[in-house]
Ligand binder design. Sequence first.
Ligand code: SF4
Ligand code: SF4
Length: 365
Amino acid sequence: MTELVESLELCDECRACLDGCPTYKITENIDFSPIGRIRASKMIFKGGEVTHQAVASIYSCHECYLCPDACPYQIDVPEVVAQSRVELVKRGLGPLERHNKVIEGMRKLDNAVNGDPAKRLDWLPEESPRQASSTLFYVGCLASYLVKDAAISSYLLLKKLGVDFMILDDEGCCGIYYHEVGRLDLAREKFKENADRFKKLGIKRVILICGGCYHCFKRLYPELLGDMDFEVVHIVEILPALLRERGIKIERKLTEVTYHDPCRLGRLEGFYEEPREALKLCGIKVNEIPSCRENAPCCGGGGAVRSVYRDLSLKIGAGVLDQVSVGPLVTSCSFCNFNFSYTARKIGSDKRIAYITEPILGALS
Ligand code: SF4
Ligand code: SF4
């Protein structure tokens, strides 16, 4: 923490990070840039009065990790923002009202999207198998309620590829939102509840389809609770090997897609080849947007920003859709998928958004 606070002094406001920052690009307001966030964090860590703009600056960051690489000193602004949010909570200045509404829903319904827990498995294309397995397919709130095609296609694809797995009919939330807004107390409580439950069920491997859930189980659970007893994998990590091993037969030649790299799977984990390889193995041509891989744009939804700055999320999402010229926009994060689909609907775009397992399953069925 001291090191992180000290790193703030390195910033000489050279502006090298501004071009890439999605919130600055849209607003052209320095408060909504890495520089603004560093200024705000200094204010917060000094313990003096914190302005309304500083709070907005901290809670409007997507934690997309585009800025550290642009910075000559590699200042870790997203981590600075995460720590600043925790400080704001300690001082009673965070989370914001709309965050608290989401938290209220999560406490009541155990999901982040106000879904009816009794309908959590409505997406399931067959009767709940209730099979026991040491591998859990953890669907996540977004796919369970709002991006059901991602849940359905992933479930059917895993089955088609012969993966032995179970699902939970009362899965609940991974808890990332608590962590994102700085409520580490609630995050710790939720993480522990899930980890204890997995242990009781004998879960040794968890397969995720959301970049947020993946980041949460893989990085944030160990950060708050220490080493976990289960392995955390994203579906794109295992798809190329499964497709090769199972000797798949391409039944339907699909044309082409444009792939979007989710921040938490690309820049944070380096999963650039795996999704492209899985698509190509199924005969699907993969097109790229002008800024892709390490420079891929944020979808506009992450970092608990969407619930407070909806318009900002929409404009950032629209900017990405503008870059897509061929085929559906395919992503491997159900949250990105949701924000892009919502954006397309809102701006009247006819661009189609698909979760990565949809075209793959389509090619094999
Ligand atoms: S993490 Fe992303 S949104 Fe946040 S300051 Fe850096 S570039 Fe901007
Ligand atoms: S690139 Fe680094 S040093 Fe330059 S303004 Fe951005 S955060 Fe500050």
